[in-house]
Structure formats: C-alpha cells, structure tokens
Design a protein around this ligand. Structure first.
Ligand code: C2E
Ligand code: CA
Ligand code: CA
Length: 732
C-alpha cells in the first residue's frame, strides 16, 4: 500500500521471552526488529544500525535503561525511545520521561497492540517532527537565502544610493556651473521649440536684442526665428542650412534691436532630435557682432574711398564700371564715362604747396559733385584724375552737356587761403552701348581721349571714337615696340648723296633713319616717325640720329679730306624743333664731335616753320648762331608766306619730290619748279631738287639753274659702308 520503507525497531531487554514476543508481534505488523539483551549491546546496535525507534527495558544488568536512554537522547535526540518497564517503578518512568523518553509501556505487556500503537504513534510523531523539521529547515534556508539576498540587495542599493548621491552632488556642482555660464555668458543662449517658440534664453539674449528684461523677451509674441532673422530671405536660409547640415555655424544675421536699432549677430545653432529622429527643438547662441561689422564696414569704406575727398577710389570705381558694363551689355543700355584731368595741376601744386594743393582738390571734388547726379559714380582715380560714370544720361549729347557744365563750373576761381586760383580740366568722354570691352579697356580709352583733349589745347572735352581707338591701339603697340627697339639698338642710319648737278660730285649726305625690325625687317620711317612724333619718342630717337650722323660724318671727313668738306643733313621733327633745350644740346654735340665746323645741316619741313610763324624766326636764329646750316625740307607743300620767308635765316630750299616727279620726259610741267627756283634765287637761297630719278628730270633742273640734286638717279639711301664706296668713286 505505501512505499514507505519498513521502520526498524530496536528492542533492548534482558528477558528473551519478552524480546521474542515483541519481535514476533511487531514483525507480523510489518516492522523490522533488531534485538539486544542489554544496554551496552543495545547502544552498539543502535550506533551501527540507526533504528527508527528503540524499545528499552529500564531494569537490566550492567547498564540500565535510563543510562541507555540518556546516551541515545544525547547522541540522537530525534530517535524516539519507548520505555518498557514493570509496575511499581513509577519514579523511574517519570525520570525516563524527564530524560527524554517518548512513551511508557507497562510490563508485562498483556496487549501487544498497545505496544504497537505506541510504536506507531511515536513513529508518526517522529515523522511529523522530521517533516516539521525539514519544513522548518527549508523555511529557514529560504529565509536565510532571502535574507542573504536581501542583504546583498541592500548592499547594492546602498552602493547605488551612494553613487547616486555622488552623482547628484556632481550634477549640482555642474549645474551650478552651467547655470552660472548660462546666466553670465556674453553670448545669448537660446532654445527654440519646433514651432519656433522661444522656450529658454539667458539674460544676455535679452540684453543683445535690447529687451529690458528676460520676461519681456520670453513674452515676445512673434516667433523667435522671424524675430532673429529679420532681413528678407534670412529665415529661409537659416532653416535650409539647419536642415541640410543639422547645424548652422557663425551665420551672420541682420536684425533690429527692440529699440529699432539695426544690429548684426552671429548665430550658432543645432537641431536636437528625439529618439525617432523628429525635431524636438533647436538651441544655440547669438553673438552681437555689430561693432565688429561696423569696424569691417569702416575698413571696407576706407579701402574703397579716397581719404582726401571722400570720393570712391579707383578700386571701387573700376568695380562700379564693371557692373555698368555688364548691365549695359545685358540690357543693351547706355552709359557715359567722363575722364577728367586737371590741366597744369603740377604748377598749382608746386606753387601752392601740397597742403593747399589738397585744398584745391577738395574744392574741385565738390564742384564736380555739384555737376553730377546722385546716382552717378564720381571717383578720384588718383592724383588730379577724376572720373564719372553716368547711367542717367541717355545720349552722347547729354554726356557732352555734363562735360560742358563741368568746364563752365571751372571758370570761377578757386579761393584757397584768400588766393584766387584759376584752373581748367581736360575731359575725355566715352559712351558705351551693348558690350564695350573690359573696365580696363574702357578706362584706358577714356584716358586716351582725355589725353587727346589735352593735346588739342586743354580746357576742353573730346569724345572717344573708334577710329581714334584703333589709331591709339596701333600707337600703343608701336610705342612699346619703339621703346624696345631703342633699348635694343634696332635703328640704323642710311645715307643718300646730294650731288652737284654739273660735276656729279657728292656735296652732302642726308641721314635717313631705318628701323631694322626683328620680324618685319626694314620698316620705312614714314611708318613710325609720325607715331614717334606723337608720343614724344622722336626726341630721344632724334638725338640718337644726330649723334650717330655726326659720328659717321667725322669718319667720312677723315677718310675723304677735301678743300670743301663733305656735309651731312639731318631731319629735325616738329617736336624736336620745339624742344626748349634744342640749341643748348646741339651746341654740346657740336663741341664733342669731331666734324668740321659748319658741316652739319638741319632739315626742317616747310610746314613746321610756317606753323610757328614769328616764333620760328627766333629758333632758327639760335640754330644759325651755332654755325648750323638750315634747309627747308619738302618746300612747296607748306604754303609759305613770302613775307616770312625772306626773314627766315635759312640756307637752302629742298624742292619737294612731288614737283620733280611732274617733270615728264619731254620736259613739260616745269612751271612750279621754275617758280621755286626763281624765288630761291631772289632770296639768295641754295636749291636742292629732291627725288631726281631720270636723266630728263636732271636735265630740266640743271637748265632751270638748280645746283644740287638728290635722288635714285644718283643713289638710293644706303648703309654707311656702301655709301663709303660711292664716295670713293665720286670724290673730287
Ligand atoms: P624726306 O626728308 O623728304 O626724305 C627724303 C625721302 O625721299 C626719303 O624717304 C628718301 O628715301 C626718298 N627719296 C629720295 N630720292 C628718291 C627718289 O628718287 N625717288 C623716290 N621715290 N624717293 C626718293 P625715306 O627715307 O623713306 O624717309 C621718308 C621721310 O621720313 C623723310 O622724308 C623724313 O621726313 C622722314 N625721316 C627720315 N629719317 C628721319 C630722321 O632721322 N628724323 C626725322 N625727323 N625724320 C626722318
Ligand atoms: Ca629730308
Ligand atoms: Ca624732303
């Protein structure tokens, strides 16, 4: 029925009968029974077999039951002991129970069922006790475990708690620190929700934006971003950058303080997103950079304006000009540029001194400002150069009217420190429509046009035109080339003989310049002399010719000595003729060269002499006094006034080639030559026929009484070495 193990009962009794009867009965009841005939053996069995229950007789030899009882209770208190003893030993029974016996059964045991019942009850109790004990132990274990767990937990909690405390302390310190930073920061710090509403800001923020208090800033009804990004398009830009990059860095914004003052700020901001990536808010800082901006603007202004007059300087002007040009070419519109230069400013500056020269420029700038419109750009390009761009004028005539107004303004004297100073300006006007080149090109053309006005007499304006432009371009390139040619010594002189028509001997050589251009080869003088004349290069070039021809003449004179020495004629240009120091320098040249005195001749064209009228006389006399002989070149083309001619201290007339050319083979068309020869003779002047190419021409001039001739018939102009051969052959 039950799977419970069979309980083992140890019977300790000195009476065999009793032991056996117990055994028989209890074994029948299903127990296992061990026996021991005295206490000592009983304890041995007990120790060896660990019975579940012990039945012990109290009265036994050697060791009585109480002793057994006491030992067992001591060694195994859980094992139930039932004492079996005779009547009349009640004291013993009480003692036994007191020592720990579980039950007491009287001997003789008439009904063994009572014994069995006692055994079973004891076993039952043991079982209960055991279970109870196990349960309690379990419980205790559990409690112990729980307690220990609880203990651990408590420890952990304490630790965590401690940590939290520390953390909180640290945070408090940090927060205090950050709050202090937040409260005392110079930059405004803000936090704005996704709707653009300001949720938090520091006092600096209120201060920067000009609110009397934080409350008023926080109470601002407008959305904060619109408030911050006041300038058009700024807010959009702010959000675009924020969205694209998650942050904005040093974005410069322009807004207004609460009092209406404009201000500049630099914003740094970044988005703060939630777990799912949605924008929670954004936060950032605002720095007031108004001062910085103002300083920057000041610097910019300074860098783009002339300190003296406050006008835009060349850099700004060039920029405005570029803009005008691109507008003009885009919209095919019109604008005019006036380029002004003060005439003889150097004189003003030198006579007044720089400080007053500056005063003059300031007053001039004011007058110019009065002549221009608000929308025009008036600039000082440097020194005494000013320029105006006007997109208001719509035609050339309107532009010239501006120029006329300026010239008119200049008529009144400038009063500087009580002194009245009169001044004029020269103006170059250039009008642009459509595309008109780069700013540099337009400025250069205007400059050249102004220069033209100067050379046409100053105090006037000139208008740029394309022909002028092309000419100037050519002039410019030629000028560079000419300068280079001079530096590189690309010039040489050729010489053409002037011969006696009767004897054929060489009386004189005309020095003619040649440019041995590295690419173009020999460039004829008419291709570059007029340009050199215009840009003034003729002056140094002319000096080189004079020096070189004198050097060569000295060599020829030494090589071919004769009673009437060979002479050399050199062409003098208009500009050279007008040089103030011409006489002085020629004097020095004559002194330093080894030519025979009186053997240098100067050829000056008729027109140069006639243009200068009376003034030419003085100059010619000066030259004459140096021992120079003077030829009038290209005679017949310059409409000479006879009244002058006889007063000019000249030696020879060179009859222009065009008249000689007219003499045809039959000897016709000689009237002009005849008239010139007659005139020359009347005035006591020598005559040279230029460009004699044929024997027929020679015959005619000889008949007419012209003593000297020059032309291809005798020789073309040739280099010195070749002319030397010619001289050797015609040296009588
Ligand atoms: P020019 O002073 O009238 O010089 C005479 C020109 O006539 C030379 O031209 C010469 O080669 C040319 N010629 C001479 N005989 C004949 C001829 O029979 N037939 C033809 N068809 N031409 C003849 P070139 O050398 O070309 O010089 C041209 C002009 O350049 C000169 O005219 C002169 O005004 C100028 N020139 C030349 N050298 C100098 C110089 O050193 N200084 C200056 N200022 N002008 C110079
Ligand atoms: Ca000549
Ligand atoms: Ca000539």
């Amino acid at each position: 029925m039950s799977s419970e193990p069979v309980a083992t009962i140890l019977t300790i009794d000195d009476e065999d009968v009793i032991r056996r009867s117990f055994q028989a009965y209890l074994e029948d009841s299903g127990f296992q029974v061990l026996q021991a005939q005295n206490g000592r053996i009983g304890l041995d069995v007990f120790r060896e077999h660990h019975p579940d229950i012990i039945l012990v007789d109290l009265r036994m030899p050697e060791m009585d039951g109480l002793e057994v009882l006491a030992t067992v209770v001591r060694e195994a208190p859980e094992v139930p002991i039932i004492v079996v003893s005779g009547t009349g030993m009640i004291q013993d029974a009480i003692e036994a129970l007191r020592l720990g016996a579980w039950d007491y059964v009287l001997k003789p045991v008439e009904d063994l069922g009572i014994l069995e019942h006692s055994v079973r009850r004891a076993l039952e109790r043991t079982k209960l006790i055991k279970e109870n004990k196990a349960y309690r132990e379990n419980l205790e274990n559990l409690v112990r475990r729980r307690t220990s767990e609880l203990h651990d937990r408590t420890l952990q909690l304490e630790e965590t708690n401690q940590r939290l405390h520390t953390e909180i302390d640290e945070r408090k310190v940090a927060e205090a620190k950050y709050r202090s930073i937040f409260e005392n920061a110079i930059e405004g710090i803000f936090q704005v929700d996704h709707m653009g509403k300001l949720v938090s800001a520091n006092p600096a923020m209120a201060r920067i934006l000009g609110y009397p208090s934080m409350q008023e800033l926080m109470g601002e009804s407008r959305d904060f971003c619109s408030r911050l990004c006041d300038a058009p398009g700024m807010k959009e830009k702010f959000f675009r950058v924020l969205k694209d990059h998650g942050s904005v860095q040093a974005l410069e914004i322009q807004t207004f303080r609460q009092d209406g003052q404009p201000m500049w700020g630099s914003v740094n901001a970044h988005l703060v997103t939630g777990k799912t990536g949605e924008t929670v808010h954004f936060e950032g800082t605002l720095e007031d950079i108004s001062d910085h901006k103002r300083f920057e603007e000041q610097l910019l202004h300074q860098s783009l304006h002339d300190a003296l007059t406050g006008l835009p300087n060349r850099a700004l002007f060039t920029d405005r000009l570029s803009q005008a040009i691109s507008r003009c070419s885009r919209q095919n519109s019109f604008f005019a540029l006036l380029y002004l230069d003060v005439d003889r400013f150097k004189v003003i500056n030198d006579s007044l001194g720089h400080a007053l020269g500056d005063q003059f420029l300031i007053q001039l700038a004011e007058r110019l400002r009065a002549c221009t419109r608000e929308a025009d750009t008036l600039a000082r390009l440097g020194g005494d150069e000013f320029a105006v761009i006007s997109e208001q004028v719509r035609s050339l005539s309107a532009a010239t009217m501006v120029a006329e107004r300026i010239l008119e303004e200049m008529r009144a004297p400038f009063v500087i420190e009580g002194r009245e100073i009169y001044s004029t300006v020269s103006i170059g006007i250039i009008c642009c429509t459509g595309y008109c080149g780069s700013a540099e090109e337009v400025l250069r053309d205007a400059d050249l046009t102004m220069y033209r006005a100067k050379s046409n007499g100053k105090a006037r304006y000139e208008v740029f035109d394309n022909a002028l432009h092309e000419q100037t371009i050519k002039l410019l390139t030629m000028e560079t080339e000419l300068r280079r040619a001079m530096a590189r010594g690309e010039f040489e002189l050729h010489y053409q003989p002037i011969v006696d028509v009767d004897t054929g001997s060489v009386m004189c050589l005309e020095a003619l310049i040649r440019w041995k251009h590295p690419e173009r080869g020999y460039t004829p003088p008419l291709d570059f002399i007029p340009l050199a004349e215009e840009n003034g290069l003729i002056v140094p070039l002319g000096w080189w010719v004079l020096e070189e021809s004198c050097r060569q003449l000295a060599l020829f004179q030494a090589r071919f000595p004769r009673p009437k020495p060979l002479t050399m004629s050199v062409n003098i240009s208009a500009k050279q003729f007008s040089q103030a120091d011409l006489g002085q320098k020629l004097k020095a040249l004559l002194q330093s060269s080894n030519i025979v005195p009186g053997s240098l001749e100067l050829e000056i064209t008729e027109s140069v002499i006639m243009d200068r009228g009376e003034a030419a006389i003085g100059r010619l006399e000066e030259l004459k006094s140096l021992g120079l002989r003077l030829f009038v070149d290209d005679f017949g083309t310059g409409y000479s006034s006879l009244s002058y001619l006889h007063r000019f201290p000249i030696d020879m007339l060179k009859i222009d080639r065009s008249f000689i050319r007219e003499i045809d083979a039959t000897g016709g068309h000689t009237e002009i030559v005849r008239a010139i020869v007659g005139l020359g003779r009347n005035l006591g002047l020598g005559l040279i026929a230029e460009g004699v190419e044929t024997e027929a021409q020679l015959a005619v001039i000889r008949t007419l009484g012209c003593q000297l001739a020059q032309g291809y018939l005798f020789s073309k102009p040739k280099p010195a070495a070749e002319i030397e051969e010619y001289l050797a052959q015609h040296n009588d």
